[in-house]
Write a protein that binds this ligand. Sequence first.
Ligand code: HH2
Length: 287
Amino acid sequence: MFDWGDVCGARPAVMGVVNVTPDSFSDGGVFLDPATAIAHGLELIAEGADIVDVGGESTRPGAGPVPAADELARVVGVVEGLVGRGARVSVDTMKAPVARAALAAGATYVNDVTALRHDPDMAALVAESGADCCLMHMLGEPRTMQEAPRYHDVVDDVRAFLEERLAFAVAAGIAEDRVQLDPGIGFGKTLEHNLELLRRLGELTTLGRPLLVGVSRKSFLGRITGREPADRVAATVAANVIAYERGARVFRVHDVAAVADGLAVAAATLAPPWRETTTSPSTTTTS
Ligand code: HH2
């Protein structure tokens, strides 16, 4: 089990994304082959990911559901392969049978974008397994979530939702210290909603659990920069650094090396004392 104690302080943790799907919004089809997906996950770990999040169903806007058997076939071998090579693995699924198989294969974290609402068996499974979990806010479901999403106040509404889901999880027997909370950037939100959530992220820290954010390569960054998903790395680093400054501690990203560097600088600046962890370039240079 991952020791998240540190994350509750100032240390940023990076969750690398491994999409074993034909249709994910930024890398669909690239890692569908299990060997390629395993190699990619190990590369993300080598780049500095604390954990890799393996998913077999895209949740991009407009995505349709994937049958559990297909999703399971995509992820289980990849989870097994990564765990067997020493990686810490999370499974990105809303289905209890997929989570059960991934946990049996060695995953220790369940990332459920429906916050335990989709599958009535999920809460008990997470509770029994003692796994870590992420509860994420989403308005509606992926197929329709971007059709004119409306909030009274997006931050207040997301906060109330996460508070209710945390209470639900704890009532179901999930240890509170295993839970992380996620505002669900891009899940039933306009550009303005996403920016408001990032700007006022600090208001969610009072829920008392580590905040995870997933801004990586998302379309709101494309709207701001005019860039395609693969060219949104700089925008992704900027959004993650801002999220860190506003209190997020776990960062779900595709581009681990770049984001880990950005977060290391942010943490060294905002949360001293900084400790040197790798060989650094000559200290006599002034650049
Ligand atoms: N975003 C995506 C998927 N899973 N999980 C959490 N907790 N938070 C997120 O923001 C989040 C998530 C979407 O990104 P990606 O997996 O790259 O795309 P797709 O759903 O198309 O596979």
